[in-house]
Design a protein around this ligand. Structure first.
Ligand SMILES: *[C@@H]1O[C@H](CO)[C@@H](O)[C@H](O)[C@H]1NC(C)=O
Ligand SMILES: *[C@@H]1O[C@H](CO)[C@@H](O)[C@H](O)[C@H]1NC(C)=O
Ligand SMILES: *[C@@H]1O[C@H](CO)[C@@H](O)[C@H](O)[C@H]1NC(C)=O
Ligand SMILES: *[C@@H]1O[C@H](CO)[C@@H](O)[C@H](O)[C@H]1NC(C)=O
Ligand SMILES: *[C@@H]1O[C@H](CO)[C@@H](O)[C@H](O)[C@H]1NC(C)=O
Length: 370
């Protein structure tokens, strides 16, 4: 029985360490890998060590959030990346022969193994290699999580995934980071994720795929492509001297200038005041492949009215951007505290949403304290 257990330790510790070494800079020789003995040494793998900034009494997730120490290895995932329950932090010293070490390094009482209940956060106390000879065991083992390719996602290079002939997958509690398969699509949700015992991902992430455009006048069939044509986009035809005559799609064999109506802003900013030529249903001098669109704006006074905060505004689609009275959707505002005030340890920012309203601003008033 004990021999069997030792073997299990070897297997489990092996795969947890494998994921750890994939992340660390120095490769470890698999064959010389200490097995059970390894667990007696506390270790912290240097993963992206530049991000580590220890605040006293706290630890930082790779994804950037900070939590109090007591949330570490408490059997509940707090970090979006699951780091607080990872072997990097939880691998403890040997607790005794009557104890069993979970794959994430936490020790549980041996009596909790194969009791048809998941006591380890990774379910490693209910796996076939450990339980198959136990008559009481009902065979309910943790399930791996399969790469969610149907959501446009792939594992990125940092993920120590496993694969068989048909799928790529990770084990429960294993650190995972996604990227979008199609580089032009946008990720919705968290890039980090954790595999749950049920074989499901903890957080819902997907990559949005461009909606097909069936309007022949704007999709390139009858004229040049204008992806986001709506009532705010104003197109004027240019003659050699000026652009005045308003035209509507399809746009073909002419030079035009775009602008926006009402309180909307033209993005990307380089389109503003530039004359674009459409020849044989193709833009000749567009020079970029982003969609041209008119974005709604958010009221800048709503984020600059706090006398404790100094806002910093940026917009990924607009160059040389600064905080102003009205700011287009997509603007991200981060904050500094006025001199003498202390920042809350939780990072905070607000974003201008497509409908022209800011994301939740309620935490702003308490962000800086004396
Ligand atoms: C590969 O692994 C996945 C996830 O565990 C599983 O669903 C699938 O059946 C496996 N395929 C083969 C051929 O073993
Ligand atoms: C991730 O999922 C957990 C549990 O469902 C939820 O509490 C948390 O808010 C989610 N985090 C993010 C960033 O979506
Ligand atoms: C544009 O729309 C037409 C009509 O709906 C469709 O047949 C065509 O495939 C579309 N073209 C493109 C490039 O999406
Ligand atoms: C633009 O926004 C300002 C301030 O919110 C408002 O007073 C004005 O009526 C708006 N103009 C249009 C054309 O919507
Ligand atoms: C804004 O906050 C979100 C969630 O806290 C974070 O994922 C994102 O990276 C932040 N963006 C910036 C520009 O700080």
């Amino acid at each position: 029985m004990y021999r069997g257990l030792l073997l299990v330790h070897t297997v489990l510790v092996f795969f947890t360490i494998k994921s750890a070494t994939t992340l660390s800079t120095a490769p470890t020789d698999r064959m010389n890998m200490p097995t059970v003995k390894f667990t007696t040494q506390p270790y912290e793998v240097a993963v992206m060590s530049t991000k580590e900034s220890y605040i006293e009494g706290e630890f930082e997730c790779y994804s950037g959030e900070c939590f109090e120490m007591h949330k570490m290895c408490d059997g509940k995932i707090d970090c979006v990346d699951g780091r607080d329950e990872s072997p990097n932090l939880c691998m403890g010293t040997i607790a005794g022969e009557d104890h069993y070490q979970c794959a994430n390094g936490v020790w549980i009482s041996h009596s909790k193994c194969c009791d048809n209940k998941f006591d380890c956060i990774d379910g490693s106390d209910e796996i076939p290699i450990l339980c198959e000879y136990n008559e009481e065991w009902k065979g309910n083992a943790p399930k791996p999580c399969v790469e969610p390719i149907d959501k446009g996602l792939r594992f990125d290079g940092i993920t120590a995934y496993h694969e068989n002939r048909t799928h790529r997958f990770v084990y429960p509690n294993q650190l995972t980071r996604f990227k979008c398969y199609d580089k032009s699509s946008k990720m919705e949700g968290t890039e980090w994720n954790v595999c749950l015992i049920t074989g499901e991902w903890r957080n819902d992430t997907r990559c949005s795929i461009k909606k097909p455009n069936y309007n022949k006048d704007t999709n390139g069939t009858n004229g040049c492509v204008i992806d986001k044509y709506d009532e705010n986009l104003l197109i004027k035809k240019c003659d050699p001297f000026k652009c005045v005559e308003e035209v509507r799609p399809p746009i073909n064999n002419m030079i035009v200038e775009f602008s926006c109506k009402g309180n909307t802003t033209l993005v990307p900013s380089k389109v503003k005041n530039s004359k674009l030529q459409c020849l044989d249903k193709k833009w000749i001098n567009k020079g970029f492949d982003e969609d041209v669109e008119c974005k709604n704006q958010c009221d800048g006074t709503q984020i600059s009215c706090y006398d404790t905060l100094v806002p910093h505004c940026s917009n990924p689609r607009l160059a040389m951007f600064y905080c102003q009275k009205m700011m287009p959707a997509g603007t991200v505002v981060t904050f500094e505290c006025k001199i003498g005030l202390r920042k809350s340890p939780n990072p905070l920012n607000v974003t201008c949403q497509d409908d022209g309203t800011w994301t939740d601003r309620s935490a702003l008033k308490d962000y800086c304290t004396e």
